[in-house]
Design a protein around this ligand. Structure first.
Ligand code: DX5
Ligand code: ZN
Length: 211
């Protein structure tokens, strides 16, 4: 399982601490973007985020928790990310948004909140590169893992196998060394506060990878 580290919970020396994540053995840097509309929280603006990520070598995994998806895609595609993921609940024109990201030569992810079922993704599963299952309500780091997300993972895993879909399965929220071994079938686990609240990021990432 790959680890995508979220820096949302870092409050001090943000740039230096993101660099510490970059220097650890994480596979992706998970960039959470919020607009105070889709979720009741807001992140830094695009120029500030670009500045923070200027010297980062790790592949970027952008998670857009926003309503005005297209304008954020226009901005964040400039960071040359590996994935841009938007929320199914945020848009009406899902296929257009998928194509909009694909046309920028960036891999496309769709995320679902804890109360959104996998069935609602059925029409898009053959078109996308990643499904991001939220295992907390999006908006804040440091919340507890919601167990129903494990059923969604199993369903996505079976659907992929039976239909030869190619999406990766990613899960985000409340993951730590005590529950990471429950995540059978997950390709990428997003981990935020468990890493960034620890003293030695590299050691914590290794612990997660070896659990
Ligand atoms: C929550 C974000 C997550 C969050 C994960 O809305 O999408 O990426 O930062 O943080 P932890 O691991 O602390 O739940
Ligand atoms: Zn996230």
């Amino acid at each position: 399982m790959k680890i995508s580290a979220s820096f949302l919970a870092i409050k001090e020396n943000i740039k230096e601490n993101i660099k510490r994540l970059d220097n650890s053995s994480i596979d992706y840097l998970h960039v959470d973007i919020m607009d105070n509309i889709f979720v009741p929280n807001i992140t830094k603006n695009f120029n500030e985020i670009s500045e923070l990520l200027q010297d980062i070598n790790t592949l970027k995994d952008i998670h857009l928790m926003v309503s005005d998806v297209i304008s954020y895609i226009d901005d964040y595609s400039k960071l040359n990310p590996a994935f841009i993921t938007f929320h199914l609940e945020a848009v009406d024109n899902v296929k257009e948004v998928i194509d909009y990201i694909k046309n920028k030569n960036i891999k496309v992810g769709i995320s679902i909140k804890p109360n959104t079922m996998v069935d609602e993704l059925i029409d898009y599963l053959d078109l996308i590169d990643l499904v991001l299952v939220m295992s907390v309500e999006p908006g804040f780091g440091g919340q507890n893992f919601i167990d129903n997300s494990l059923d969604k993972i199993e369903k996505l895993y079976t659907l992929r196998k039976n239909n030869n879909y190619h999406y990766l399965i990613e899960i985000d929220g409340g993951i730590n060394a005590s529950n990471i071994n429950k995540l059978n079938g997950v390709d990428i686990a997003v981990v935020g506060s468990y890493i960034t609240n620890s003293d030695d990021y590299s050691k914590t990432v290794e612990e997660l990878k070896n659990t």
